[in-house]
Design a protein around this ligand. Sequence first.
Ligand code: NAD
Length: 484
Amino acid sequence: MIEHKSLYVDGQWVPTDSTDSVEVIEAATEESIGWAPLGNRRDIGRAVESARHALDDGPWGRMGATERASLLLGFADELEARADDTATLVSRENGMPITLSRVANGSAPAATLRMYANLVADAEIEDVRASQRGSTIVRREPVGVVGAITPWNSPQTLAVMKIAPALAMGCTVVLKPSPETSLDAFVFGEAASAAGIPGGVLNIVPGDRDAGAALVSHPSVDKIAFTGSTVAGRAIGAECGRLIRPCTLELGGKSASIVLDDADLDVFVAGLPDSSFRNNGQICALQSRILAPRSRYDEIVDAVADHARNLVIGNPLDPTVTCGPMVSAVHRSRVLAHIDGARSGGAVLVTGGGRPADQERGWFVEPTVFAGVSNSDPIAREEVFGPVIVVIPYDGDDDAVRIANDSNYGLGGSVWTQDETRGLEIARRVRTGSFGINYYTLDPGAPFGGMKDSGLGRELGPEALEAYTEYKSIYASDHWLHKQ
Ligand code: NAD
């Protein structure tokens, strides 16, 4: 049992002001893993003020990028030293298969920190440009105190996608993780403390949506970085608009895989674990709509259904398991309700459709494939966030692109073809933030994010540093500058 009683604020483990706590339950066994406090509005306030102080008055705000980068490399080493335990803990919390968790929650956070530390280590923060009256110094300054709010589905990756570029740019951060995955968030505090990251630079306050809302509207916060549902993102974006506060919103998706008529189905099926079934379907950019040419429709439905039937359902800590449980009983009910809705709406259930008979405990859902679905059906439009796939027929490449784009979302997608030039043409026409040709695997070196209801702004890649940067132009004289 893991029992946390304090929050990580100002570099210290401090008692919470709240009496609320959350019991984190293991998704595969329904047994308790431990407890974490749920911070309230006052806890959020203390954490924000500590982040403010560290930025305005502490060493962090005055530190050069090289020194900051060196501290972040130490932070990465400390995370890496804890990687195996962190990966296991997250798999128990949210059901992520351990082979994936070892990367997503084990090695990726340290790698992401190193990437941003190296990007800023030697970067110039000022450049000088000739102007009509003299010279202008263009400065890149940290945007300030960042409120980072994260979901449960890949908690370490999604948190570090905010923490790493923010700290590298010289910002300070208050992280509010999801209650379901509160326990692993404490690892960031332990690692930051061991690496000597100054107090207040990174603060961690687990809490519910009220704590999140308190962070969004706190007057001393300068920017919000949010990953989660479109419903919550819309509310957060509205509040940030009212406050004229920049925000990055990484939201939901209902992406499409377009299988072209010349596709090699072996390649397509080999790609399905990453493109459509990753993390038991609990990944935002997964392609839960598969668009199949009418001439090969039955063949493709059979191939997807066979793949779904062959997934190994079980405890995610078993490395042979390829489909773990849903994060919670509540989420399983939501996924099952989507399945029931599709069945009663007339979709043809090809495989799955319920709870696996051989799993007595745990919040499992059978990998499920529907055929006979139209793109206007709710099951083709709403995000399910579980192992539920619909196969939709199309007639010709233009029709496939039209259907792919006929979605409120615009996050991921892929095309499967033996002609990469044709695939690239399709990739250019689909309105999503990322798109794969014959595979779909996120590239941390390139920007990631959504169009339309899938969000605002980009994370990852060098581009993510922009979201944590304010520009300042200082108009100076040539005479003075030449003397420097
Ligand atoms: P959620 O929106 O319910 O919660 C996400 C986080 O926001 C949690 O920490 C929650 O406590 C907090 N929160 C909820 N409402 C809030 C509000 N009004 N104000 C402030 N904070 C609030 O989402 P979830 O169920 O935890 O996660 C699943 C969703 O996340 C899916 O829709 C998925 O597509 C999305 N997601 C998107 C990406 C991406 O990069 N685009 C990545 C992962 C997950």
